[in-house]
Design a protein around this ligand. Structure first.
Ligand code: AG3
Length: 284
């Protein structure tokens, strides 16, 4: 066995997983909150792991970052102030900044070491964190959001799974505070786990979202390196139904530079299989 034969596997709760051939561990740290590892891999480029879970890979990060940002952003007529909670790798911020309506993006990430490591090792993802429109707050999103009122057009919850530092981002109190922090017509979008592998987490989160928001919807997309390869996001608002408004001019502009996102994808993402409708509490 040579060094080239090292493999890293994230095994999911159904006992299967994603395995990657790993050439090198570029960075490893144990912070106050979690472990951080950045691997150099054979086929996925550099990979960011938090507590051993795949957060993002250079090769497939666009599947996640384009979906979590462009679907809510293009469902709002004029998103000027955007908040990203979590997302210390900077990929979501980078996509949000592609919208020319944006005046300010606040990134609220609890672990400053994630930001520093991603700036150093994953510049293609984190590179826009130095943009002058970005305000980086290294602090707990739970505490930060409790102090915000009527402040953001779009809030994106770019969290890890509901354990460790991500846990408090899946509670009714947190979601209610997010609602209070939204301006009129605002939209929250939160990553909501794998509808195939993480059904327990979705069955926990959606009833809490429904207590905090009158309108709770779900969209789906593939992510090759996440559990089950299949992912969900919650799209929540006081007033906005998905697909009731689409900023087609921005859709076209973004689609020109995007690897995945376009108008067809935006519309199709809200089509749910029956088992997912049941998971999120929608009528079949
Ligand atoms: N947030 C990671 C979603 C959770 C992945 N879960 C897992 N691999 N078990 C995305 C961070 C990228 N900005």
């Amino acid at each position: 066995m040579g060094v080239m034969d090292l493999k890293y596997t994230e095994l999911n709760e159904l006992g299967f997983g994603v395995t990657m051939e790993t050439q090198n561990v570029l960075y490893s740290a144990k912070t106050e909150y979690q472990t951080i590892d950045i691997l150099e891999t054979q086929g996925l480029g550099k990979v960011l792991l938090l507590d051993g879970l795949v957060m993002t890979t250079e090769r497939d990060e666009f599947f996640y970052h384009e979906m979590i940002s462009h679907i809510p952003m293009n469902s709002h007529p004029n998103p000027e102030r955007v908040l990203v909670i979590g997302g210390g790798d900077g990929g979501t911020v980078r996509e949000v900044l592609k919208h020319d309506t944006v005046k300010e993006v606040v990134l609220c990430e609890i672990d400053g070491m994630v930001i520093d490591a991603c700036k150093k090792y994953l510049p293609s993802i984190a590179g826009m964190l130095d943009d002058e429109r970005v305000d980086i707050q290294v602090r707990d999103g739970i505490e930060y959001i409790s102090q915000q009122e009527d402040a953001f057009d779009i809030i994106l919850i770019d969290s890890t799974d509901p354990m460790g530092p991500g846990e408090g981002l899946f509670t009714e109190e947190f979601y209610s505070n997010v609602n209070k922090a939204l301006k009129e017509g605002g939209i929250m979008c939160a990553q909501s786990e794998s509808p195939f592998v993480q059904q327990r987490q979705m069955k926990m989160a959606y009833p809490l979202l429904r207590k905090a928001f009158p309108k709770v919807n779900t969209f789906l997309g593939p992510i090759p390196t996440y559990p089950g390869g299949y992912w969900s996001w919650a799209f929540c608002s006081n007033t906005v139904e998905p697909l009731s408004f689409i900023a087609e001019d921005r859709v076209q502009k973004i689609a020109k530079q995007a690897k995945l996102y376009n108008l067809d994808i935006h519309k199709a993402a809200f089509a749910l299989p029956n088992f997912v409708k049941k998971l999120v509490g929608q009528d079949v």
